[in-house]
Design a protein around this ligand. Structure first.
Ligand SMILES: [Zn+2]
Length: 422
């Protein structure tokens, strides 16, 4: 019998919680896990040789194809970076640019242990095709902006973008993605809320990234950003709020009450120098669901979520002046999506869960540390990932991936075409 005949994958001799285990994956799910598990004839087999078995990471906010913008105007202030560099190039983007930019992002995420991400970018069908070809999972939405007088066209484009994702693979979900409360009119935000309700779709939006956004919202609407979204019917269990840097206590309580999720992007916030820090301790105490994201490679510039996890834990401890404010296991669970069910990740490594998993090579993260979570948060980066499996399919083994050279070459060619790279 060949591997194709069972379609199953068995990983032997892995370590989990100090125990030697094997894991058998069938039809995309974990069918068996434990010290007594054996491979069946015809299974694809991996000898983990004692490598650590771990749950993969979930990137809760990114713009995958922005790998093509990495380092392009990266030292400019936010508004000049957008107006002088990003937006003029984005006006010339073609679906093939987005496809290869997103393939490059997938390559980097697979390499560093992320298997699922939430994306907001132009030509969402091209991103979906890239995710499917890369073998990952994602929730994808085309960004919704509007200009006065152009609302009808934006609505039509948003519905077209949704339709373009209808035929996507089962590993891909759709979302509505109004860019922000400052780039989308009140009328269009209200319409988004109606469509989200009718079609049971998640809504992915940037919120409270800069202090100016808060001041402008209060001046225009008499409400802070979270209360404004709530008034428009856009704050619910399927709402994903990227950033949340300037949320106050009342807003955090409202977000918790509505069951919405905040995805914090600490590295992008620091790189763009937004001047504040997501108030994680207050958010947790209020009961807010929290995830971790990188934001796009244009403003980070890395998609290595494990590196950003360290930055997240450090900035929270430093800001609070309290090293106990975020224990390492809690931080790690945030990076796997386990503290935000709406992100649709964070499955425990257990029988019946999706067969999405990592094998981690030996490194400083497991030498001389009391527990693995502490090692992963503070002594590791994505370079410790040896093997990445999604839905029982091996996407990377021993640091090697299919089509890697082609993806890097094609993405570089697209960046040259756009003029974001020499
Ligand atoms: Zn963003």
């Amino acid at each position: 019998m060949s591997a194709e005949q069972t379609g199953a994958l068995t990983i032997l001799d892995a370590r989990l919680d100090g125990e030697r285990v094997a894991v058998r994956c069938v039809d995309g799910r974990i069918a068996a896990l434990g010290s007594e598990v054996e491979a069946t004839a015809g299974d694809e087999r991996i000898d983990a040789a004692g490598a650590t078995l771990a749950a993969p990471l979930l990137n809760g906010h990114t713009h995958a194809a922005m790998t093509l913008f990495r380092g392009f105007g990266g030292d400019l202030p936010l508004v000049r970076w957008l107006q002088d560099r990003v937006w003029p190039v984005e006006a010339r983007l073609e679906p093939e640019d987005v496809y290869w930019g997103a393939r490059l992002a997938c390559l980097e995420m697979i390499r560093t242990g992320t298997t699922r991400f939430w994306d907001m970018y132009w030509h969402p069908a091209a991103t979906a095709r890239a995710v499917e070809d890369a073998g990952m999972r994602a929730t994808i939405g085309g960004p919704l902006f509007d200009m006065p007088g152009d609302t009808e066209r934006m609505r039509a484009e948003a519905l077209e973008a949704l339709d373009s994702l209808r035929e996507a693979a089962p590993t891909i979900q759709r979302s509505l993605a109004p860019h922000s409360i400052y780039a989308v009119s009140e009328e269009l935000l209200g319409w988004t809320a109606e469509v989200a309700e009718e079609r049971s779709l998640p809504v992915h939006i940037h919120l409270s990234e800069t202090e100016k956004e808060v001041e402008d919202c209060v001046a225009s609407h008499g409400l802070r950003p979270a209360a404004y979204l709530d008034r428009l019917g856009l704050l619910g269990e399927r709402t994903i709020l990227a950033h949340g840097v300037w949320l106050d206590r009342d807003e955090l309580e409202l977000i918790a009450e509505r069951g919405a999720t905040v995805v914090t992007n600490p590295v992008a916030n620091m790189k763009l120098a937004v001047g504040g820090v997501f108030p994680y301790p207050a958010a947790r105490d209020a009961g807010v669901r929290v995830g971790l994201g990188t934001d796009g490679a244009g403003s980070n510039d890395s998609l290595d979520l494990l590196s950003d996890l360290k930055a997240f834990a450090l900035i929270q401890r430093h800001t609070a002046g309290d090293p106990t404010v975020i224990p390492a296991p809690e931080a790690l669970r945030i990076a796997t999506g386990a503290r935000a069910p709406a992100l649709d990740g964070g499955d425990p490594l257990a029988v019946g869960s999706a067969a999405d998993l990592l094998l981690l090579r030996r490194g400083a993260h497991e030498i001389g540390v009391g527990d693995l979570a502490s090692g992963l948060v503070y002594a590791a980066s994505g370079s410790i990932v040896d093997t990445t499996v999604v839905a029982g399919r091996v996407l990377m083994r021993g640091g090697r991936m299919e089509a890697e050279e082609e993806v890097v070459a094609c993405a570089a060619e697209r960046a040259r075409r756009l003029g974001t790279r020499v």
